[in-house]
Design a protein around this ligand. Structure first.
Ligand code: AMP
Ligand code: ZN
Length: 459
């Protein structure tokens, strides 16, 4: 039985999909005003492992991950850069896709952008106003009235009074209660704005996830996920406005990932202590990062140090050394190893324990190799590769791993070089340069030879 820790009940609960065999997941996405950092990579690779494992357990998984392409930070940055919010967010959306791709993250089935969902958000607000859950404040902005929603605090497990005294809540005259959150914000001159019955403005951040999730997954769906900083106020507010509007449960299970930390602090853009994914990838192979993330439970905090990264690399080398020279056959069915792996992952996706099972498999491969049982070793090798794939690791040919000292995914490099070649044929120099830069970020240096062929090396 697969169990998942639910922040809402603070218990591990059996996964019971609303539609048998189908799991609908909503993951809060990135606010695209800068490059993504390793904290983002932590959360999205943890969820990538969850999705891969659910599929391995034969669930039909549908994932929605939004892109926040309008908010205060985006407006501020676009003014600083003197570019439009659209140009800024397009640029960083593309960069995010390149980074996530380099990390081997699966694409979500749907990736809606906030600016495409303004009509849905307005419809939700209208519904809330008509039902008496929202009001127009004296400033003209529209607010959600938290005191009208009896379950407010259910996710963060605080009652309203505790939240008011403990949390940093803005005291704004226009609001009835400091915890009331903005649904529609009137635009200041020069800011991007949309028409609405309440005047030209833009939606508050929390509305987009409710509107998108309900439109794309239904009013009630299976899993909602994000980093633990989103529990309050973002997810608390999502629950309030969605349940108030529909009078139905919103998401059944709420999953929250622990922070990636640097010196005991959360890695974040606002604290300025972040390492971008592309900077990390210039030093470490994608697989090393994926191993590093999987080696801790997704709910635990995780500390980034060069030492743990080099341990991750050593572990991968141990796996690849065991696989080297084996002619991998069919994956053997129903082994005790796989049963142990499933037991660990069924227990709230306990990836560190699951990885320890992969080490058990590796020991057994060596035992068999030394005993001359090469076919059996090859079978377990296939199992190792198959299960490693659920964490985005061990999918390379071991020879490539050693050839590039595990620095790059050779197939990906070759594919990017082919794409760049096509861009050059089309005289699309900007695209060719962009691909060169992506490769450089992966530590791959290109050399366009006189004969027209592009060769490469890892720096
Ligand atoms: P943001 O772009 O800041 O809205 O963040 C997008 C997602 O990344 C959210 O689910 C955050 O909780 C998550 N996130 C941001 N920083 C970290 C971190 N240091 N560790 C883990 N997750 C993070
Ligand atoms: Zn969200």
């Amino acid at each position: 039985m697969l169990t998942i820790f639910n922040t809402l009940t603070r218990e591990k609960e059996a996964l019971k999909p609303i539609i048998a065999g189908k799991v609908k997941i909503y993951i809060c996405g990135v606010t695209v005003y800068d490059h993504c950092h390793l904290g983002h990579a932590r959360t999205y690779s943890a969820m990538d492992n969850v999705i891969r494992y659910l599929r391995y357990r034969h669930y039909d998984v549908i994932t929605v991950r939004n892109i926040t392409d309008i908010d205060d930070k985006i407006i501020k940055r676009s003014l600083e850069n003197q570019e439009t919010t659209t140009a800024l967010t397009e640029r960083f959306t593309k960069a995010m896709h390149d980074d996530f791709d380099a990390l081997g993250l699966l694409e979500p089935e749907v990736e809606p952008r906030a600016t495409q969902y303004i009509p849905h958000m307005k419809a939700l607000m209208e519904r809330l106003i008509n039902q008496g859950f929202a009001y127009v404040g004296s400033s003209g902005d529209v607010y959600f009235d938290v005191r009208k929603f009896p379950h407010y605090g259910c996710l963060s497990h605080h009652d309203i009074d505790q939240l008011e005294s403990g949390a940093r809540v803005d005291v704004v005259e226009a609001k009835k209660d400091p915890l009331d959150f903005v649904l529609w914000k009137l635009a200041k001159p020069g800011e991007p704005a949309w028409e609405s019955p309440w005047g030209e403005g833009r939606p508050g951040w929390h509305s987009e996830c409710s509107a998108m999730a309900m439109d794309l997954l239904g009013e009630t769906f299976d899993i909602h996920a994000g980093g633990r900083d989103l529990i309050f106020p973002h997810h608390e507010n999502e629950i309030a406005q969605s349940m108030a509007a529909t009078n139905k449960p919103f998401a059944h299970l709420w999953m929250h990932t622990g922070f990636l930390q640097v010196d005991k602090e959360k890695m974040s853009k606002s604290l300025g202590n972040f390492i971008t994914i592309r900077d990390a990838l210039s030093q470490h192979a994608p697989e090393v990062l994926r191993y590093f993330f999987a080696a801790s439970h997704y709910r635990s905090p995780l500390i980034y140090t060069d030492e743990v990264l080099s341990q991750a690399k050593q572990s991968l080398t141990r796996f690849y050394t065991a696989l080297r020279g084996l002619n991998l056959g069919a994956v053997p069915q129903h082994t005790a190893f796989e049963a142990d792996f499933i037991k660990a992952m069924d227990d709230d996706f306990n990836s560190p324990v699951a990885l320890s099972v992969l080490f058990d498999v590796t020991h057994e491969i060596w035992r068999l190799r030394e005993a001359g049982s090469v076919d059996e070793a090859a079978g377990l090798g296939a199992l190792l590769k198959h299960l490693g794939g659920l964490f985005g690791i061990l999918q390379q040919d071991p020879e490539f791993y050693f050839q590039a000292s595990g620095q790059v995914d050779v197939a990906k490099v070759e594919a990017l070089i082919a794409e760049r070649q096509q861009a050059r044929l089309n005289k699309n120099w900007a695209e060719a340069d962009r691909i060169r830069a992506v490769l450089l970020a992966m530590n791959v240096e290109l050399d366009d030879t006189a004969g027209g062929k592009t060769i490469w090396k890892v720096n």
